[in-house]
Write a protein that binds this ligand. Structure first.
Ligand code: NAP
Ligand code: GLV
Length: 309
């Protein structure tokens, strides 16, 4: 590895921790922060890099994305023929399973209502619900969606899943493709979005599709804010068709002060935290993949630029 050069840039993560971490995981490699005019590197490790970095780096063998979603990278002009490799779980799927199970159970068991009652000194019981009336539908059955589907199924909820290609997953009724989206939504009452953001999935949760969810439905969006048409979601909740939503991601982040989602009584928001990039797991995975690529092996997490994920 002695001659390897790694260039690092992140719009969000702290280079003071990542660069020494990558350096330690790749002994002998030269890991430096990208700045304009930096020398050509063999590998780039990035999160939301500027176009200038990709334009200038002419000798890259691969670009590593330090997140699961590559939508920000896909908006850029990428160097031709250079593979893009995204994080492949790296500790994210268990976090996503925790977050989604928590949101599903909080809604199903009405813990939000109990919290409010307890805060008001009110001792009251709500009628138990049947989980058979709350089938959970997962949009996206990839690395994260599959783990979430299995975790939710552990609580005996009926689970549906929707993907681009056909799948078979034990305990999950699988739907696929545009033609089966309506049937998937009609079979689901709690809908969880775990799709990548692409041209096909942008604004996929809109007035038409939200109306297909079972009445009294609930939306959990943990993918990207642009999957949801905000005004259509608000209309679906305010009309009573949907009971509410838990949203971790937004069209504009941080969620602007004064946005109606902040204080809507049926909407719970969190600050894009459902599955964080875990530094040590991610660095270990990227270092393993660089070593594999250097010895001519294939690696998981290769992005298909044509599909956009
Ligand atoms: P993934 O492994 O690439 O899985 C994507 C899934 O979506 C696949 O099952 C894919 O179908 C399906 N899909 C894609 N386009 C589709 C379409 N047009 N119609 C139907 N299904 C479609 O991705 P992942 O690792 O699970 O991550 C999913 C997303 O979660 C990421 O892209 C990212 O945006 C988001 N995320 C959010 C957070 C957070 O903290 N909020 C953290 C991590 C990730 P096939 O299986 O048929 O290809
Ligand atoms: C976070 O949102 C990610 O895509 O990893």
């Amino acid at each position: 590895m002695s001659s390897l050069r790694i260039t690092y840039y992140s719009a969000d993560f702290d280079e003071a921790a990542w660069i020494p971490g990558l350096q330690a995981a790749l002994p002998g490699a030269d890991v430096t922060l990208w700045t304009p005019g930096a020398p050509a590197a063999d590998y780039a490790v990035v999160w939301k890099p500027p176009q200038q970095m990709l334009d200038e780096q002419q000798a890259l063998k691969a670009i590593f994305n330090t997140g699961a979603g590559v939508d920000a990278l896909m908006k850029l002009r990428l160097p031709a023929g250079v593979p893009v490799i995204r994080l492949d779980d790296a500790g994210m799927s268990v976090q996503m399973a925790e977050y989604v199970c928590h949101a599903v159970i909080r809604h199903f068991r009405e813990f939000d209502g109990y919290e409010a009652d307890m805060g008001n000194g009110k001792w009251s019981f709500r009628k138990p619900r049947s989980r058979l009336d709350y089938p959970v539908g997962i949009l996206g059955l990839g690395v994260l969606g599959e783990r979430v589907a299995k975790a939710v199924a552990q609580f005996d909820f009926p689970v549906n899943g929707w993907s681009r290609s056909p799948k078979e997953l034990e305990g999950v009724q699988c739907f696929y493709g545009e033609a089966q989206l309506q049937d998937f939504l009609a079979a689901s009452r709690i809908v969880v979005c775990l799709l990548p953001l692409t041209q096909e999935t942008d604004s996929i949760l809109n007035a038409r599709t939200l109306a297909c969810i079972r009445p009294g439905g609930y939306l959990i969006n943990v993918a990207r804010g642009a999957h949801v048409v905000d005004a259509d979601l608000l209309a679906a909740i305010d009309s009573g068709h949907l009971a509410g939503a838990t949203l971790d991601v937004f069209r504009v982040e941080p969620l602007p002060q004064g946005h109606v989602f902040w204080n809507h009584p049926q909407i719970t928001v969190t600050p894009h935290t459902s599955a964080r990039t875990l530094r040590s797991e991610s660095i270990a995975q990227i270092a393993r993949k660089i070593a594999a690529l250097q010895s001519g092996q294939r690696v998981a997490g290769l992005v298909d630029a044509g599909r956009g994920y």
